[in-house]
Design a protein around this ligand. Structure first.
Ligand code: BG6
Length: 448
Protein backbone atom coordinates (compact mmCIF):
# COMPACT_ATOMS: atom_id res chain seq x y z
CA UNK A 1 0.00 0.00 0.00
CA UNK A 2 1.15 3.52 -0.68
CA UNK A 3 1.81 6.16 1.96
CA UNK A 4 -1.10 8.44 1.09
CA UNK A 5 -3.11 10.24 3.77
CA UNK A 6 -6.13 8.48 5.24
CA UNK A 7 -8.99 9.24 2.87
CA UNK A 8 -12.74 9.03 2.54
CA UNK A 9 -13.70 8.97 -1.12
CA UNK A 10 -17.36 9.83 -1.51
CA UNK A 11 -18.73 9.01 -4.95
CA UNK A 12 -22.04 10.77 -5.55
CA UNK A 13 -24.01 8.71 -8.05
CA UNK A 14 -22.24 5.37 -7.60
CA UNK A 15 -24.79 3.59 -9.81
CA UNK A 16 -24.31 5.99 -12.74
CA UNK A 17 -22.64 5.25 -16.02
CA UNK A 18 -19.40 7.09 -15.26
CA UNK A 19 -18.92 5.33 -11.97
CA UNK A 20 -19.66 1.86 -13.33
CA UNK A 21 -17.68 2.24 -16.56
CA UNK A 22 -14.68 4.20 -15.36
CA UNK A 23 -14.37 4.83 -11.63
CA UNK A 24 -14.95 1.37 -10.23
CA UNK A 25 -12.72 -0.34 -12.82
CA UNK A 26 -10.00 2.25 -12.11
CA UNK A 27 -10.35 1.69 -8.36
CA UNK A 28 -10.14 -2.06 -8.84
CA UNK A 29 -6.94 -1.63 -10.80
CA UNK A 30 -5.43 0.76 -8.26
CA UNK A 31 -6.35 -1.67 -5.50
CA UNK A 32 -4.69 -4.51 -7.38
CA UNK A 33 -1.53 -2.45 -7.82
CA UNK A 34 -1.45 -1.42 -4.17
CA UNK A 35 -1.64 2.27 -5.03
CA UNK A 36 -4.58 3.26 -2.85
CA UNK A 37 -4.14 4.86 0.59
CA UNK A 38 -3.67 2.36 3.36
CA UNK A 39 -6.61 3.84 5.20
CA UNK A 40 -9.34 4.34 2.65
CA UNK A 41 -13.11 4.15 2.72
CA UNK A 42 -15.10 4.46 -0.49
CA UNK A 43 -18.60 5.68 0.18
CA UNK A 44 -21.01 5.45 -2.72
CA UNK A 45 -24.27 7.35 -2.63
CA UNK A 46 -27.41 6.42 -4.49
CA UNK A 47 -31.05 7.41 -4.26
CA UNK A 48 -32.14 3.83 -3.65
CA UNK A 49 -31.12 1.67 -0.73
CA UNK A 50 -28.79 -0.91 -2.26
CA UNK A 51 -27.08 -4.06 -1.12
CA UNK A 52 -23.34 -3.86 -1.82
CA UNK A 53 -22.94 -7.43 -3.11
CA UNK A 54 -25.98 -7.05 -5.31
CA UNK A 55 -24.66 -3.82 -6.71
CA UNK A 56 -21.12 -5.07 -7.35
CA UNK A 57 -22.54 -8.20 -8.92
CA UNK A 58 -24.03 -6.01 -11.63
CA UNK A 59 -20.92 -3.98 -12.44
CA UNK A 60 -18.24 -5.11 -14.85
CA UNK A 61 -15.46 -4.08 -12.53
CA UNK A 62 -12.64 -5.73 -14.42
CA UNK A 63 -13.00 -4.30 -17.90
CA UNK A 64 -9.47 -2.93 -17.75
CA UNK A 65 -8.00 -6.38 -17.18
CA UNK A 66 -6.65 -8.08 -20.25
CA UNK A 67 -8.96 -11.06 -19.88
CA UNK A 68 -11.72 -8.91 -18.29
CA UNK A 69 -11.76 -11.38 -15.39
CA UNK A 70 -11.52 -10.23 -11.78
CA UNK A 71 -9.07 -11.62 -9.28
CA UNK A 72 -11.50 -12.67 -6.50
CA UNK A 73 -9.05 -11.61 -3.81
CA UNK A 74 -8.68 -8.08 -5.18
CA UNK A 75 -12.42 -7.86 -5.66
CA UNK A 76 -12.87 -8.78 -2.01
CA UNK A 77 -10.36 -6.14 -0.97
CA UNK A 78 -12.23 -3.52 -2.99
CA UNK A 79 -15.52 -4.68 -1.56
CA UNK A 80 -14.14 -4.36 1.96
CA UNK A 81 -13.29 -0.70 1.29
CA UNK A 82 -16.77 0.15 0.10
CA UNK A 83 -19.95 1.29 1.81
CA UNK A 84 -23.19 2.43 0.28
CA UNK A 85 -25.27 5.29 1.62
CA UNK A 86 -28.75 6.23 0.51
CA UNK A 87 -28.85 9.91 -0.39
CA UNK A 88 -31.20 12.06 -2.42
CA UNK A 89 -28.88 14.78 -3.80
CA UNK A 90 -31.70 17.32 -3.67
CA UNK A 91 -32.55 16.72 -0.01
CA UNK A 92 -30.51 18.86 2.46
CA UNK A 93 -31.39 16.51 5.35
CA UNK A 94 -29.53 13.66 3.69
CA UNK A 95 -26.27 15.62 3.81
CA UNK A 96 -26.48 15.84 7.59
CA UNK A 97 -26.88 12.06 7.65
CA UNK A 98 -23.89 11.74 5.35
CA UNK A 99 -21.88 13.88 7.73
CA UNK A 100 -22.76 11.55 10.59
CA UNK A 101 -21.56 8.61 8.50
CA UNK A 102 -18.28 10.32 7.63
CA UNK A 103 -17.71 11.38 11.24
CA UNK A 104 -18.40 7.87 12.48
CA UNK A 105 -15.92 6.40 9.97
CA UNK A 106 -13.30 8.76 11.38
CA UNK A 107 -14.16 7.60 14.90
CA UNK A 108 -13.83 4.01 13.75
CA UNK A 109 -10.38 4.69 12.28
CA UNK A 110 -9.45 6.95 15.16
CA UNK A 111 -8.09 9.60 12.84
CA UNK A 112 -9.05 12.61 10.78
CA UNK A 113 -9.32 11.69 7.13
CA UNK A 114 -9.12 13.69 3.93
CA UNK A 115 -12.49 13.91 2.23
CA UNK A 116 -12.81 13.70 -1.50
CA UNK A 117 -16.26 14.27 -2.99
CA UNK A 118 -16.53 12.96 -6.52
CA UNK A 119 -19.61 14.32 -8.30
CA UNK A 120 -20.47 11.52 -10.68
CA UNK A 121 -23.93 12.98 -11.23
CA UNK A 122 -25.70 15.01 -13.95
CA UNK A 123 -24.11 18.46 -14.24
CA UNK A 124 -27.46 20.18 -13.64
CA UNK A 125 -27.16 19.00 -10.04
CA UNK A 126 -23.63 20.29 -9.38
CA UNK A 127 -24.53 23.69 -7.96
CA UNK A 128 -27.20 22.27 -5.71
CA UNK A 129 -25.05 19.45 -4.36
CA UNK A 130 -22.16 21.82 -3.72
CA UNK A 131 -24.45 24.15 -1.81
CA UNK A 132 -25.87 21.32 0.30
CA UNK A 133 -22.35 20.09 1.04
CA UNK A 134 -21.41 23.58 2.15
CA UNK A 135 -24.52 24.14 4.25
CA UNK A 136 -23.97 20.83 6.06
CA UNK A 137 -20.37 21.94 6.71
CA UNK A 138 -19.09 19.05 4.68
CA UNK A 139 -16.71 21.44 2.95
CA UNK A 140 -14.78 21.85 6.19
CA UNK A 141 -12.08 19.52 7.33
CA UNK A 142 -12.23 17.35 10.39
CA UNK A 143 -12.66 19.59 13.45
CA UNK A 144 -9.65 18.39 15.41
CA UNK A 145 -7.10 17.84 12.71
CA UNK A 146 -5.75 19.23 9.49
CA UNK A 147 -7.29 16.79 7.05
CA UNK A 148 -8.24 18.26 3.68
CA UNK A 149 -11.51 18.37 1.83
CA UNK A 150 -11.62 18.31 -1.94
CA UNK A 151 -14.23 18.30 -4.67
CA UNK A 152 -13.89 16.48 -7.98
CA UNK A 153 -16.16 17.46 -10.84
CA UNK A 154 -16.49 16.19 -14.37
CA UNK A 155 -17.10 18.29 -17.42
CA UNK A 156 -19.25 19.94 -18.70
CA UNK A 157 -18.43 22.93 -16.50
CA UNK A 158 -21.31 25.10 -17.63
CA UNK A 159 -23.13 25.34 -20.92
CA UNK A 160 -21.83 28.66 -22.15
CA UNK A 161 -19.86 31.60 -20.79
CA UNK A 162 -22.47 32.98 -18.35
CA UNK A 163 -23.51 29.58 -16.95
CA UNK A 164 -19.88 28.50 -16.50
CA UNK A 165 -19.12 31.71 -14.63
CA UNK A 166 -22.15 31.19 -12.43
CA UNK A 167 -21.13 27.62 -11.60
CA UNK A 168 -17.60 28.73 -10.79
CA UNK A 169 -18.89 31.54 -8.57
CA UNK A 170 -21.34 29.28 -6.75
CA UNK A 171 -18.67 26.64 -6.21
CA UNK A 172 -16.32 29.35 -4.97
CA UNK A 173 -18.76 30.28 -2.19
CA UNK A 174 -18.02 26.95 -0.53
CA UNK A 175 -14.78 25.56 -1.91
CA UNK A 176 -11.53 27.40 -2.61
CA UNK A 177 -9.89 26.99 -6.02
CA UNK A 178 -7.19 24.76 -4.48
CA UNK A 179 -9.93 22.37 -3.32
CA UNK A 180 -11.62 21.99 -6.70
CA UNK A 181 -10.42 19.33 -9.13
CA UNK A 182 -12.06 19.74 -12.55
CA UNK A 183 -11.40 16.65 -14.56
CA UNK A 184 -10.39 16.77 -18.16
CA UNK A 185 -9.57 13.13 -18.69
CA UNK A 186 -7.62 13.95 -21.87
CA UNK A 187 -4.97 15.64 -19.74
CA UNK A 188 -4.38 12.33 -18.00
CA UNK A 189 -3.77 10.39 -21.21
CA UNK A 190 -0.19 9.28 -21.49
CA UNK A 191 0.76 10.80 -24.85
CA UNK A 192 -0.90 14.05 -23.83
CA UNK A 193 1.44 14.27 -20.85
CA UNK A 194 4.26 13.37 -23.18
CA UNK A 195 3.67 16.44 -25.36
CA UNK A 196 5.30 18.55 -22.70
CA UNK A 197 8.06 15.99 -22.11
CA UNK A 198 8.80 15.98 -25.84
CA UNK A 199 9.17 19.75 -25.78
CA UNK A 200 11.33 19.65 -22.65
CA UNK A 201 13.61 16.89 -23.94
CA UNK A 202 14.11 18.12 -27.48
CA UNK A 203 15.70 21.51 -27.15
CA UNK A 204 16.44 21.67 -30.87
CA UNK A 205 12.71 21.64 -31.53
CA UNK A 206 11.73 23.77 -28.57
CA UNK A 207 14.02 26.64 -29.59
CA UNK A 208 12.22 26.91 -32.90
CA UNK A 209 8.76 25.93 -31.64
CA UNK A 210 7.13 28.99 -33.23
CA UNK A 211 5.79 30.42 -36.47
CA UNK A 212 9.20 30.66 -38.11
CA UNK A 213 9.41 26.85 -38.34
CA UNK A 214 5.92 25.57 -37.69
CA UNK A 215 3.42 26.00 -40.50
CA UNK A 216 0.37 24.42 -38.92
CA UNK A 217 -0.94 22.53 -35.93
CA UNK A 218 -3.81 20.11 -36.41
CA UNK A 219 -5.63 18.68 -33.46
CA UNK A 220 -8.30 16.10 -34.20
CA UNK A 221 -10.43 13.73 -32.18
CA UNK A 222 -12.45 11.56 -34.51
CA UNK A 223 -14.70 8.90 -33.08
CA UNK A 224 -16.18 5.84 -34.66
CA UNK A 225 -18.92 5.64 -32.05
CA UNK A 226 -22.12 7.56 -32.56
CA UNK A 227 -23.86 9.28 -29.66
CA UNK A 228 -25.23 5.91 -28.57
CA UNK A 229 -28.70 7.20 -27.87
CA UNK A 230 -27.49 9.62 -25.20
CA UNK A 231 -30.32 12.14 -25.58
CA UNK A 232 -28.57 14.71 -23.36
CA UNK A 233 -25.98 15.05 -26.14
CA UNK A 234 -28.60 16.98 -28.08
CA UNK A 235 -28.16 19.86 -25.64
CA UNK A 236 -24.40 19.80 -26.04
CA UNK A 237 -22.97 19.01 -29.46
CA UNK A 238 -19.41 18.37 -30.58
CA UNK A 239 -18.08 21.91 -30.19
CA UNK A 240 -19.00 22.02 -26.50
CA UNK A 241 -18.34 18.34 -25.83
CA UNK A 242 -14.81 18.05 -27.18
CA UNK A 243 -13.46 21.34 -28.49
CA UNK A 244 -14.33 23.65 -25.59
CA UNK A 245 -12.69 21.22 -23.20
CA UNK A 246 -10.31 18.49 -24.34
CA UNK A 247 -9.05 19.89 -27.62
CA UNK A 248 -8.37 23.42 -26.43
CA UNK A 249 -6.45 21.90 -23.54
CA UNK A 250 -4.36 19.94 -26.04
CA UNK A 251 -3.79 23.10 -28.05
CA UNK A 252 -2.65 24.92 -24.92
CA UNK A 253 -0.17 22.16 -24.02
CA UNK A 254 1.23 22.14 -27.52
CA UNK A 255 1.63 25.89 -27.93
CA UNK A 256 2.08 27.45 -24.47
CA UNK A 257 5.38 28.72 -23.09
CA UNK A 258 7.07 25.92 -21.15
CA UNK A 259 6.32 26.30 -17.42
CA UNK A 260 9.07 28.13 -15.56
CA UNK A 261 9.00 25.70 -12.67
CA UNK A 262 8.06 22.08 -12.22
CA UNK A 263 4.94 22.94 -10.27
CA UNK A 264 1.21 22.76 -10.77
CA UNK A 265 0.90 26.55 -10.36
CA UNK A 266 3.53 27.25 -12.97
CA UNK A 267 1.96 24.73 -15.35
CA UNK A 268 -1.45 26.38 -14.99
CA UNK A 269 0.02 29.86 -15.34
CA UNK A 270 1.47 28.92 -18.75
CA UNK A 271 -1.73 27.33 -19.93
CA UNK A 272 -3.89 30.19 -18.70
CA UNK A 273 -1.66 32.71 -20.42
CA UNK A 274 -1.93 30.92 -23.77
CA UNK A 275 -5.69 30.43 -23.57
CA UNK A 276 -6.25 34.04 -22.53
CA UNK A 277 -4.08 35.20 -25.45
CA UNK A 278 -6.22 33.18 -27.87
CA UNK A 279 -9.08 35.53 -27.03
CA UNK A 280 -12.47 34.95 -28.62
CA UNK A 281 -12.81 33.30 -32.00
CA UNK A 282 -13.40 36.21 -34.42
CA UNK A 283 -17.16 36.41 -35.00
CA UNK A 284 -16.63 37.66 -38.55
CA UNK A 285 -14.69 34.48 -39.41
CA UNK A 286 -17.23 31.99 -38.13
CA UNK A 287 -19.02 31.72 -41.48
CA UNK A 288 -15.81 31.14 -43.42
CA UNK A 289 -13.58 29.32 -40.93
CA UNK A 290 -15.83 26.89 -39.09
CA UNK A 291 -17.73 23.78 -40.16
CA UNK A 292 -20.54 21.97 -38.45
CA UNK A 293 -22.07 18.67 -39.44
CA UNK A 294 -24.59 16.12 -38.28
CA UNK A 295 -24.64 12.45 -39.18
CA UNK A 296 -27.68 11.08 -40.93
CA UNK A 297 -29.83 9.13 -38.50
CA UNK A 298 -28.85 11.25 -35.51
CA UNK A 299 -32.22 12.99 -35.26
CA UNK A 300 -34.09 9.69 -35.00
CA UNK A 301 -31.57 8.45 -32.49
CA UNK A 302 -32.14 11.32 -30.08
CA UNK A 303 -35.83 11.70 -30.95
CA UNK A 304 -35.62 15.30 -32.12
CA UNK A 305 -36.71 15.69 -35.74
CA UNK A 306 -35.54 19.32 -35.92
CA UNK A 307 -32.26 18.98 -34.08
CA UNK A 308 -29.53 21.35 -35.26
CA UNK A 309 -26.95 19.85 -32.91
CA UNK A 310 -23.46 19.41 -34.30
CA UNK A 311 -22.04 15.90 -34.19
CA UNK A 312 -19.06 17.23 -36.15
CA UNK A 313 -17.31 20.53 -35.53
CA UNK A 314 -14.18 22.06 -37.01
CA UNK A 315 -12.44 25.40 -37.02
CA UNK A 316 -9.36 27.05 -38.40
CA UNK A 317 -7.62 30.15 -37.18
CA UNK A 318 -4.44 32.16 -37.20
CA UNK A 319 -4.03 33.09 -33.57
CA UNK A 320 -3.44 36.64 -32.36
CA UNK A 321 -0.32 35.48 -30.51
CA UNK A 322 3.09 36.85 -31.60
CA UNK A 323 4.82 33.46 -31.27
CA UNK A 324 2.22 31.86 -33.55
CA UNK A 325 1.24 34.69 -35.83
CA UNK A 326 2.00 32.83 -39.08
CA UNK A 327 0.91 29.35 -37.95
CA UNK A 328 -2.50 27.93 -38.79
CA UNK A 329 -4.30 26.14 -35.98
CA UNK A 330 -6.94 23.64 -37.01
CA UNK A 331 -9.18 21.73 -34.61
CA UNK A 332 -11.78 19.15 -35.55
CA UNK A 333 -13.89 16.49 -33.91
CA UNK A 334 -16.81 14.31 -34.83
CA UNK A 335 -18.82 11.22 -34.03
CA UNK A 336 -19.85 8.29 -36.23
CA UNK A 337 -16.81 8.66 -38.47
CA UNK A 338 -14.83 5.95 -40.23
CA UNK A 339 -12.41 5.30 -37.35
CA UNK A 340 -11.30 6.43 -33.90
CA UNK A 341 -8.29 8.70 -34.19
CA UNK A 342 -7.05 11.34 -31.77
CA UNK A 343 -3.85 13.12 -32.63
CA UNK A 344 -1.87 16.31 -32.71
CA UNK A 345 0.15 16.93 -35.84
CA UNK A 346 2.70 19.71 -35.84
CA UNK A 347 3.73 20.39 -39.43
CA UNK A 348 7.04 22.14 -39.96
CA UNK A 349 7.66 24.64 -42.74
CA UNK A 350 10.04 22.10 -44.37
CA UNK A 351 7.09 19.71 -44.76
CA UNK A 352 8.10 17.23 -42.04
CA UNK A 353 5.84 16.72 -39.05
CA UNK A 354 5.86 15.76 -35.40
CA UNK A 355 2.99 13.36 -34.71
CA UNK A 356 1.56 12.93 -31.25
CA UNK A 357 -0.77 9.96 -31.65
CA UNK A 358 -3.01 9.80 -28.62
CA UNK A 359 -5.28 6.97 -29.65
CA UNK A 360 -5.36 4.28 -30.83
CA UNK A 361 -1.84 2.96 -30.15
CA UNK A 362 -0.31 5.99 -28.45
CA UNK A 363 3.07 7.02 -29.79
CA UNK A 364 5.15 10.01 -30.81
CA UNK A 365 6.95 10.10 -34.12
CA UNK A 366 9.00 12.68 -35.97
CA UNK A 367 9.38 12.39 -39.73
CA UNK A 368 12.97 11.76 -40.82
CA UNK A 369 14.61 12.45 -37.49
CA UNK A 370 15.77 9.38 -35.59
CA UNK A 371 17.62 11.57 -33.06
CA UNK A 372 14.42 13.07 -31.60
CA UNK A 373 13.56 11.74 -28.13
CA UNK A 374 10.09 10.26 -28.37
CA UNK A 375 9.86 7.53 -25.74
CA UNK A 376 9.05 8.65 -22.20
CA UNK A 377 7.84 5.34 -20.84
CA UNK A 378 10.67 5.33 -18.29
CA UNK A 379 9.57 8.59 -16.66
CA UNK A 380 8.57 8.21 -13.02
CA UNK A 381 4.82 8.83 -12.56
CA UNK A 382 2.46 8.04 -9.68
CA UNK A 383 0.58 5.52 -11.82
CA UNK A 384 3.08 3.93 -14.11
CA UNK A 385 1.98 0.54 -15.35
CA UNK A 386 1.71 0.15 -19.12
CA UNK A 387 -1.79 0.86 -20.40
CA UNK A 388 -2.85 2.68 -17.23
CA UNK A 389 -6.24 4.23 -17.65
CA UNK A 390 -6.70 8.02 -17.47
CA UNK A 391 -9.13 7.61 -14.57
CA UNK A 392 -6.54 5.80 -12.49
CA UNK A 393 -4.28 8.84 -12.77
CA UNK A 394 -7.13 11.24 -12.14
CA UNK A 395 -8.19 9.44 -8.98
CA UNK A 396 -4.71 9.13 -7.57
CA UNK A 397 -3.84 12.73 -8.34
CA UNK A 398 -7.03 13.96 -6.67
CA UNK A 399 -6.29 11.78 -3.64
CA UNK A 400 -2.72 13.15 -3.55
CA UNK A 401 -4.03 16.69 -4.02
CA UNK A 402 -1.98 17.33 -7.15
CA UNK A 403 -3.94 19.75 -9.36
CA UNK A 404 -1.59 19.66 -12.35
CA UNK A 405 -3.79 17.55 -14.58
CA UNK A 406 -7.05 19.31 -13.72
CA UNK A 407 -8.53 22.37 -15.40
CA UNK A 408 -8.41 25.63 -13.47
CA UNK A 409 -11.39 27.98 -13.43
CA UNK A 410 -9.44 30.50 -15.55
CA UNK A 411 -8.74 27.87 -18.17
CA UNK A 412 -12.38 26.82 -18.26
CA UNK A 413 -13.52 30.42 -18.67
CA UNK A 414 -10.94 31.20 -21.35
CA UNK A 415 -12.09 28.17 -23.34
CA UNK A 416 -15.73 29.27 -23.14
CA UNK A 417 -14.74 32.78 -24.13
CA UNK A 418 -12.99 31.36 -27.20
CA UNK A 419 -15.89 29.22 -28.44
CA UNK A 420 -18.74 31.57 -27.49
CA UNK A 421 -18.81 33.55 -30.79
CA UNK A 422 -19.00 30.26 -32.69
CA UNK A 423 -21.88 29.06 -30.53
CA UNK A 424 -23.65 32.39 -31.05
CA UNK A 425 -23.21 32.44 -34.82
CA UNK A 426 -24.20 28.81 -35.17
CA UNK A 427 -27.31 29.46 -33.11
CA UNK A 428 -28.22 32.09 -35.72
CA UNK A 429 -27.63 29.48 -38.43
CA UNK A 430 -24.80 31.52 -39.93
CA UNK A 431 -23.18 28.23 -40.93
CA UNK A 432 -25.11 25.49 -42.71
CA UNK A 433 -25.35 22.16 -40.90
CA UNK A 434 -23.79 19.60 -43.19
CA UNK A 435 -25.38 16.14 -43.17
CA UNK A 436 -22.94 13.23 -43.43
CA UNK A 437 -23.24 9.47 -43.67
CA UNK A 438 -22.27 7.39 -40.67
CA UNK A 439 -18.80 5.99 -41.13
CA UNK A 440 -17.68 8.92 -43.31
CA UNK A 441 -14.06 9.87 -43.79
CA UNK A 442 -13.80 13.35 -42.18
CA UNK A 443 -12.26 14.66 -45.40
CA UNK A 444 -15.74 14.45 -46.95
CA UNK A 445 -17.12 16.82 -44.34
CA UNK A 446 -14.26 19.20 -43.86
CA UNK A 447 -11.37 19.89 -46.14
CA UNK A 448 -9.03 22.40 -44.54
C1 BG6 B 1 -15.99 12.65 -23.37
C2 BG6 B 1 -17.12 13.08 -24.26
O1 BG6 B 1 -15.51 13.74 -22.64
O2 BG6 B 1 -14.95 12.11 -24.16
C3 BG6 B 1 -17.62 11.91 -25.08
O3 BG6 B 1 -18.16 13.61 -23.50
C4 BG6 B 1 -16.48 11.28 -25.85
O4 BG6 B 1 -18.64 12.31 -25.98
C5 BG6 B 1 -15.31 10.96 -24.90
O5 BG6 B 1 -16.94 10.09 -26.45
C6 BG6 B 1 -14.12 10.51 -25.69
O6 BG6 B 1 -13.14 10.07 -24.79
P1 BG6 B 1 -12.03 9.06 -25.22
O7 BG6 B 1 -11.15 8.95 -24.04
O8 BG6 B 1 -12.71 7.79 -25.60
O9 BG6 B 1 -11.37 9.68 -26.41
Amino acid sequence: MSNLDPTQLVIFGITGDLSRRYLLPALYHLCKDGLLPEQLVIIGTSRQALDLDDFLGHVEVCVLEQDKVCDPEVLNQLRALMRLVQLDPTNPEDYHKLKLTLDSVEDEFGTCMNRLYYLSIPPQLYAQVIQHLGEAELNASCAHGNALTRLVVEKPFGYDTPSAQELIDRTGQWFGEHQVFRIDHYLAKETVQDVLLFRQHNQSYETCWNSATIASIDIVAYEHLDVQGRSFYDEIGALRDLIQSHLLQLLALTTMELPEKDSSDSFHASKEQLLAALGAFPADQVATHTTRGQYIGYRDEVGNADSMTDTFAALELTPPIPRWKNTTFRIATGKALDAKRTEIKVTLTDGRAVHFRIQPEPRIAVDNDPSAVTDFSGVERPVNHPGADAYERVLIDAIRGDQTLFASSREVMACWHFVQPILDEWAKNAVALQPYEKGSDPIHIWRP
